[in-house]
Design a protein around this ligand. Structure first.
Ligand SMILES: [Zn+2]
Length: 657
């Protein structure tokens, strides 16, 4: 296929990158200015690293975390695999480099280095180019984090009684707090010595403590090789609850009992996932309930998934997020996208696995509900992508050169990717599908692969050998949703759409309805003929019968022409404005579309307390469609943004421009 050939060729194109290099040893002023041409193999359009010549195999971090000035002071000691390179290029976006040395600890000699690009690239940051010898094995980078550090979120002044800091690395934010080769192609093991203020617990995506260290000294070790975006750190006043010898949950001490109860199905989920896809490869699996500012529902940091507290609903209705993050232990963490253009390999597989785990735990209908809700989101997003300047973002294989890799974090990677696998499953049958996936995870464990590697494997191991014809090229390289895509429908959601239709037509679906039935009359003496009487009774819709996802669908199916009286009635009947975060979010969206401003107080409280981008961004986008409320919206954002991680802030500010 034409598309396929084109993509394969692009991957191997060599391009020349011209950078202006500034002598930049931190102890003195700028010493020299030179222009140098660097040949970079375009293996990863989002990293300057020359990892094809020299790459980090192991990273030793020594970090001191200062909460007073909100900086981390550190040394990043890189152990290299060096193929006779004379320079090693690392990625930085923010860290101030103090010095660079070569050699093992204690036998170090200072090295020459330059920082490329005087005007740093707003997306990629800058290359840190260290002069090395062809035999150099160790590079040590002494640094401190800069005034701006996109990965880290620190507690505010008001939170000084419960200080915290946490990192978010995906996609290319790790370079903002650690100088390293920030490409998923470079898999590293790591160790870290971290010093934190007394009384705080530090945790990483590594072997973790269960208790707070009195002295604030922590040692971490991640023995399996991981890509840089999975290095994670979190520090705060945490406690731990163990479910069994393999898994548990960390949270702020006050929140821990609630969190432990909410995620109590975790051992069952692990058993289900292992049963489907083979042994869990990472030792322990713990959850870490993050600060409400955490920008995502969850982040699959190995051994220690970070989750947003917004998924704690009290009724376990949002725990599919946990199934999703756990599934990443196979798709994403074990088999990783080689570049962000192949992001669907991480997310499409993970959504497919998430649905399978949830089906195993809660049945087919529940999995269908999740699937259909996400499919609606995909369709919505495809409309926006089609109308945007990058309609080609509707493809699974992306081309994000010169763009922010976060642009690829759309439903296409997640949902179209999952539908590709579901359609393949429908074609070949579940038994073959499961065997294929198990084999895939085993074959590519601890490797980074491209879409093309997957394509070759799928065809050579399954489709070609078994004579199965399947339109893989169309799925991977074309914008449209292929015609053979499986249709997945949930009866429960059909019921909710019907209810929404009635609401849209002005019917009060919550009002008691008088009904009758015929009941046989009873007489003292037996009669020849039976006779019947009408017995009247009332029925009323019981909101408790419907789960979160069902109400989500109901709310999404409502029109934007509802009266205030109707909105008040449905809120009073179900209590949308006091429900869990997922429902509250949908409710506020309905109200904004209907110009129902009575929700202002609740909405403002919601947006000031939760920094999850999935909620914050659409709500601000919707608010911005109301010019009359511009001032109120701007003030709300000013008050709320301190509680948002840079990922959420940047997304909203992009729309506010
Ligand atoms: Zn994911």
């Amino acid at each position: 296929m034409k598309n396929l050939a084109l993509f394969r060729l692009n991957r191997w194109l060599i391009f020349t990158l011209v950078v202006t290099l500034i002598g930049c040893k931190s102890e003195g002023p700028v010493k020299s200015s030179v222009t140098e041409t660097i040949d970079v193999t375009a293996l990863d359009p989002h990293s300057y690293a020359n990892f094809n010549e020299v790459h980090t195999q192991h990273l030793d971090l020594e970090l001191e975390v200062n909460f007073t000035n909100q900086k981390i002071y550190g040394v990043a000691r890189h152990t290299l695999i060096n193929r006779k390179a004379t320079k090693a290029i690392f990625d930085i976006n923010g860290p101030v480099i103090q010095k660079v040395t070569l050699g093992p600890k204690g036998k170090e000699v200072e090295a020459d280095f330059v920082i490329g690009k005087m005007d740093k690239d707003s997306i990629l940051g800058q290359p840190l180019i260290v002069t090395i010898a062809p035999s150099t094995k160790y590079v040590n980078i002494y640094y401190q984090t800069g005034d701006e550090c996109a990965a880290l979120e620190w507690s505010s002044q008001e939170e000084k009684d419960r200080p915290f800091v946490y990192s978010q690395g995906q996609a290319i934010l790790t370079r903002s707090w650690i100088p390293l080769q920030d490409s998923p192609n470079v898999r590293i093991t790591y160790q870290a010595k971290v010093t934190v203020p007394k009384g705080l617990m530090a945790l990483m995506s590594a072997e973790n403590p269960k208790k707070t260290n009195e002295q604030g000294l922590y040692n971490f070790s991640m023995k399996q090789p991981i890509p840089s975006y999975l290095i994670a750190l979190t520090i705060g006043k945490y406690s731990y609850h163990s479910y069994n010898e393999r898994c548990g949950v960390y949270a702020d001490s006050e929140l821990l009992p609630k969190a432990a109860e909410e995620f109590s199905e975790l051992p069952e989920m692990m058993a289900a996932a292992e049963n489907l896809y083979g042994p869990y490869a990472w030792g322990r699996y713990d959850l870490m309930v993050q600060h409400p500012s955490f920008p995502f529902g969850g982040m699959e940091n190995p051994r220690l998934t970070f989750v947003s507290p917004s998924i704690i609903s009290g009724d376990k209705s949002l725990v599919s997020v946990i199934a999703h993050e756990l599934a990443h232990s196979w798709s994403g963490n074990l088999v990783t996208n080689a570049s962000w253009n192949d992001f669907w390999l991480n997310e499409g597989f993970t959504v497919y696995l998430e649905h399978r785990i949830m089906e195993y735990l809660k049945g087919q209908e529940y999995s269908n509900i999740l699937c259909e809700i996400e499919f609606d989101e995909l369709n919505q997003e495809l409309k926006e992508i089609k109308a945007s300047e990058h309609p080609e973002d509707a493809r699974l294989k992306l081309n994000l050169t010169n763009r922010n890799p976060d642009d690829g974090m759309t439903s296409v990677a997640y949902v179209k990717g999952a539908y590709f696998l579901k359609t393949l499953e429908a074609k070949i049958g579940r038994t073959k599908m499961d065997a294929f996936l198990k084999g895939y995870f085993k074959k590519f464990a601890f490797q980074n692969i491209t879409t093309e590697t997957f394509y070759d494997y799928l065809h050579s191991q399954l489709l070609t050998v078994q004579g199965i014809s399947f339109n893989t090229d169309e799925w991977l390289y074309l914008n449209e949703l292929p015609k053979n895509m499986v249709k997945i429908q949930s009866k429960d959601l059909d019921t909710m759409r019907l209810l929404a239709k009635k609401t849209n037509q002005g019917e009060n679906i919550f009002a008691p309805v008088k009904k009758f039935k015929w009941v046989e009359k009873k007489y003292k003496k037996k009669r020849k003929r039976k006779s019947f009487k009408k017995v009247y009774f009332t029925v009323q819709l019981d909101p408790k019968k419907y789960n979160t996802q069902m109400w989500q669908t109901y709310l999404r199916s409502l029109d934007s022409t509802l009266s205030t009286a109707t909105l008040n009635t449905i809120d009073e009947s179900v209590g949308f404005s006091h429900a869990n975060n997922e429902i509250r979010f949908e409710w506020y969206m309905v109200c904004l579309k209907n110009n129902h401003w009575a929700i202002k107080e609740g909405l403002s409280e919601f947006l000031r307390n939760i920094g999850r981008r999935k909620y914050v961004l659409p709500l601000f986008k919707e608010l911005l469609r109301h010019p009359k409320e511009r001032n109120w919206t701007a003030e709300l954002y000013r008050n709320a943004k301190a509680n948002y991680h840079s990922v959420t802030r940047k997304s909203v500010e992009h729309w506010m421009k």
